[in-house]
Design a protein around this ligand. Structure first.
Ligand SMILES: *Cc1c(COP(=O)(O)O)cnc(C)c1O
Length: 378
């Protein structure tokens, strides 16, 4: 494949993040903040490439975390920005560290709030409760925080309105890769079910799942959704997108190691779905490959499989204009998000290096991995 990412002189497999594409996303996000006054945070669970945090801090207000370690990473690497955290539960030991570094702490239940509230009493930490508005348009349960029996957040029936002293905001997160029409309908549900508690509060956090940097995203509707709650209850609105920050700004470059046939042509790659793009198996989905079509669309179709011994380590079926050869390079799209943060060394497979393509065209090797990274975790 002739392509500017495939042509880089890095050893495969490698993730390459394109700084110019990150900046394009950050500019869209910053315009939303300027227009509405909303503060936007990077949700590190999607993208934690902290070498870019100084750049990101020029556009966003800080980071959010789902664990002590993520919070610490944001605190240390995005100095001077806001550090927020939410988790289904906090241990006492972690909480002692969390109050030293976090500006906002969001509790998943009133029992968690009651357990930890005395520790925040004489601090400047702002506390919130995650609510479950029992409204989500996500259809896949693994990504739906409102499915029946969900552990994410307090439902209207379980909300304890006389335990709000010390609580300065509410948080909801009910979306995944969605447009702002879904947000608008969600905000109306939140208002109907929780509006009465928002009187006198300082902030409302709209969580993540906003696909703001996607081409067809309706930014005007997002701004209206922010302004509605901002003006009705005089609130600071927060958004904490993960995906939207690094959407379509990273690639995973791999090489064909062998080609075989078993009723279909199969290419063995030096990258693994199980190790290097686990969402392909977990979500599941088929990542786009530059220069390819759907199976059968172009004359030469191949199934892409990884180098592990897992039979199901299959990335997907792709077609090409010309036959593939051993040593050809394959470029997978949208590999900055939920990839490096989730990858693993299952089967002793090495991790892809992390490369950064700067706006001036130079490539910086951020990190390479080796045997010690595998051994040191076992
Ligand atoms: C995952 C998550 C986010 C980020 O979600 P994206 O889909 O990556 O935008 C934000 N907030 C919370 C609480 C999350 O769990």
């Amino acid at each position: 494949m002739k392509n500017k990412y495939a042509d880089l002189k890095c050893k495969t497999p490698f993730y390459i993040v394109d700084e110019a594409l990150i900046i394009k996303n950050l500019e869209i996000l910053k315009r939303v903040s300027r227009r509405t006054g909303a503060k936007i945070l990077l949700a590190q669970k999607a993208f934690s490439m902290y070498s870019l945090y100084p750049l990101i801090s020029e556009y966003l207000s800080g980071t959010t975390a789902s664990s002590l370690f993520e919070a610490r990473l944001g605190y240390e690497e995005m100095r001077g920005s806001e550090t927020h955290i939410y988790a289904p539960a906090f241990s006492d030991d972690d909480f002692d560290e969390i109050i030293k570094i976090c500006d906002h702490i969001v509790f998943n239940s009133f029992s968690q709030w009651d357990r930890h509230k005395k520790k925040v009493k004489d601090t400047n930490v702002e506390c919130g409760i995650r609510i479950n508005p029992e409204y989500s348009e996500i259809e896949t349960d693994i990504y739906n925080p409102c499915f029946t029996g969900s552990r994410m957040g307090v439902t209207p029936a379980n909300f304890i309105s006389d335990d709000l002293e010390g609580i300065s905001g509410l948080h909801f997160h009910t979306m995944c890769e969605q447009n702002s029409d879904v947000l608008y309908r969600t905000v109306m549900e939140v208002d109907k079910k929780f509006g009465k508690y928002l009187e006198g509060m300082k902030w409302l956090n709209y969580g993540g799942g906003h696909h703001i940097t996607r081409d067809d995203y309706d930014v005007d509707m997002l701004c209206r959704s922010i302004e509605y709650m901002r003006d009705k209850y005089n609130l600071q609105i927060y958004l904490e997108p993960g995906e939207a920050v690094a959407l379509n700004s990273g690639f995973l470059v791999s090489e064909v190691m062998d080609i075989m046939n078993n009723g279909i042509d199969i290419a063995i790659l030096d990258t693994s779905a199980a190790c290097h793009m686990p969402d392909v198996l977990e979500m599941p989905y088929r990542p786009n490959v530059i220069g390819s079509g759907q199976p059968g669309e172009k004359p030469y179709t191949y199934r892409f499989g990884g180098p592990t011994c897992l039979a199901g380590d299959i990335i997907g079926d792709y077609s090409f204009d010309k036959p593939l050869n051993v040593d050809d390079r394959i470029v997978f799209c949208d590999m900055a998000i939920y990839s490096m943060v989730k990858n693993n060394t299952f089967n002793g497979i090495n991790l892809p290096s992390i490369q950064l393509l700067h706006t001036d065209g130079t490539v910086e090797t951020i990190k390479t991995f080796g045997y010690d990274d595998f051994k040191s975790r076992l």
